[in-house]
Design a protein around this ligand. Structure first.
Ligand SMILES: Nc1nc2c(ncn2[C@@H]2O[C@H](COP(=O)(O)OP(=O)(O)O)[C@@H](O)[C@H]2O)c(=O)[nH]1
Ligand SMILES: [Mg+2]
Length: 232
């Protein structure tokens, strides 16, 4: 049966996030109370109560057994029905209450893609020193290789019109999906806007392997720059 089109689909990847997913769904529902809203949880084999909590609160749970942050987003985007798409992590780090500002920029046609910038106003202790340094190395590489002014290349809070997706070539299944998406938006000639946001301390255990994911992202950035990428 075809699903009714929604105004906005909020896509949230999850893997064992029972400590935070309920509060994240609550925050999204509060923030977007005035919108015709669907919340999609894209879940990879959670063995805790993540799925139950999300569905009890009215979210739709989409199963994606294939591992990977990027894989989860591609599946979630394909399942979304909204005219607009908004995203964030399931770990309570991103401020869902800023979604109205993000979406307003797209609705009012000030931007095609809005991304939260966590780094311009980062409070002490929110990211570990290593996490911060890793982010800055990746941002430096991103800006140098692509001559772009993007401040926070690894941010995962976005809003955009779903109709831009066919213009983007999204290949990466892992954490580098975040930078790939931003680069594709820019490459497609779409208007990219960053909005500074408050970033909070993570609830629950992080899923990235900081050093190997960061190294993988760096190698991937360089390969994309020279057009030498594995397909599929
Ligand atoms: N479905 C799915 N979600 C994932 C996977 N890896 C990470 N996530 C989710 O993606 C989001 C980002 O992961 P997180 O550990 O917070 O990474 P960080 O914010 O970069 O430190 C969280 O909501 C995770 O639960 C995966 O393989 N599958
Ligand atoms: Mg996170």
């Amino acid at each position: 049966m075809a699903r009714a089109m929604r105004e906005v689909s909020v896509v949230i990847p999850t893997m064992n996030e029972e400590a935070s997913i309920g509060a994240v769904v609550d925050e999204v529902q509060t923030a977007l109370g005035g919108w015709d809203l669907e919340i999609l949880i894209v879940d990879t084999d959670s063995s805790d109560r993540t799925r139950d909590i999300a569905s009890a609160k009215g979210a739709r749970v989409v199963s994606e057994p294939r591992r990977g942050y990027g894989r989860a987003y591609k599946t979630g985007f394909a399942a979304a029905t909204g005219t607009f798409v908004a995203t964030l992590d399931a770990d309570l780090t991103y401020p869902a209450n800023r979604f109205p500002d993000f979406l307003a920029a797209v609705v009012e046609d000030r931007a095609d893609f809005v991304s939260g910038d966590r780094l311009s106003a980062l409070s002490d202790g929110t990211m570990t020193g290593m996490h911060r340094v890793g982010n800055e190395i990746l941002n430096f590489a991103f800006r140098s290789l692509y001559d772009s002014g993007v401040r926070d290349s690894q941010s995962g809070m976005w809003s955009f019109r779903r109709s831009i997706l066919p213009r983007l070539e999204l290949i990466h299944d892992g954490m580098a999906f975040s930078e790939e998406l931003k680069l594709e938006v820019i490459r497609a000639g779409l208007r990219f806007l960053e909005i500074p946001i408050d970033y909070r301390v993570r609830v629950g255990r992080k899923k990235i392997r900081s050093v190997s994911d960061a190294t993988g992202n760096l190698i991937w950035l360089a390969r994309k720059r020279v057009g030498w990428l594995p397909r599929g």
